[in-house]
Ligand binder design. Structure first.
Ligand SMILES: [Zn+2]
Length: 282
């Protein structure tokens, strides 16, 4: 069938991850970030504008990306063929891989979906900060009409501050409908998982994977696609802060070019349509 890629960018900035800084010092810098997001949009032109930018929200800054200058950029992304998604950094909620307070996560989700939808933007995608997820998140996404999740990095088993916050061991390497009882298994929920493209330990995680390895993963995915009965849909991942370095921008452009050689880029809405069509056939 066909091999599809979704180019995803998590809208984080460097200082957010410097937890030793004060809360004020960890806040983002508007001028710098506006420029970086404009670079994302410019680079995404090579793939028909099909970028999925995940808007950050966290206790460090709740309303920051709702300022008019940013809203204008979100609208520009949508108008040029891309989308905006929800990226909640609520690490404090997780303990031993379970969400302690799903009410708080839902509030966090709504702090973005409600105002952004009022602006006329369409949001259907979610990714947890640090790729966190657990089964309790599934009904929250359903209630808030976020039908695609991008938190899966198959095999990832992450501890943060001595807490287990992401467990994707055994998760499928192609898209799947999530199970209410186990987010790593296929099931009957209304949330479709689109994992990070991965072959063995190598992932389409541009920030930490070398270009030759990105090439290898893409080539293997294309090979897998030839023998597969259905479509393959996976994501590529990078972050807004990566766009500050000229070398990293070259690397991102090259990664997109490699993927274009073997498959095609789609946005999240097109992914939903393709998945619905494929389901109709079976
Ligand atoms: Zn993040």
């Amino acid at each position: 069938m066909s091999l599809y890629f979704i180019f995803t960018v998590d809208g984080d900035w460097n200082e957010y991850f410097s937890t030793k800084l004060s809360k004020k010092e960890r806040k983002p810098d508007r001028k710098g970030l506006l420029g970086l997001i404009k670079r994302e949009i410019a680079i995404a032109r090579s793939i028909g504008g099909k970028i999925l930018h995940f808007v950050h929200t966290s206790p460090v800054t709740r309303q920051y990306y709702l300022q008019p200058e940013f809203i204008r950029l979100w609208k520009k992304i949508e108008a040029s063929g891309g989308s905006i998604g929800v990226h909640c950094h609520e690490e404090g909620l997780f303990s031993r891989g379970r969400l302690n307070d799903s009410g708080m996560l839902e509030q966090s989700v709504r702090s973005l979906t409600e105002p952004l939808r009022k602006e006329g933007l369409t949001l259907i995608s979610y990714r947890g900060g640090y790729l966190t997820f657990c089964k309790k998140v599934i009904p929250i996404l359903e209630r808030n009409e976020l039908f695609l999740d991008f938190s899966c990095d198959p095999g990832r088993y992450l501890h943060h501050k001595r807490r287990l916050i992401a467990d994707w061991r055994g998760a499928p390497k192609n898209y799947y409908r999530m199970c209410y009882q186990d987010h790593r298994a296929e099931g009957k929920s209304n949330v479709i998982e689109i994992p990070l493209g991965k072959i063995r330990q190598r992932a389409l995680y541009i920030d930490i994977t070398s270009l030759p390895d990105i090439w290898k993963v893409t080539r293997r995915l294309a090979k897998k696609d030839k023998s597969s009965k259905g479509n393959i849909i996976v994501s590529l991942l990078t972050h807004t802060y990566e766009f500050s370095s000229a070398w990293k921008r070259v690397k991102i452009k090259a990664a997109l070019l490699v993927c274009r050689l073997y498959g095609s880029f789609i946005n999240d809405k097109e992914a939903l349509e393709i998945i619905a069509k494929e389901k109709g056939k079976t």
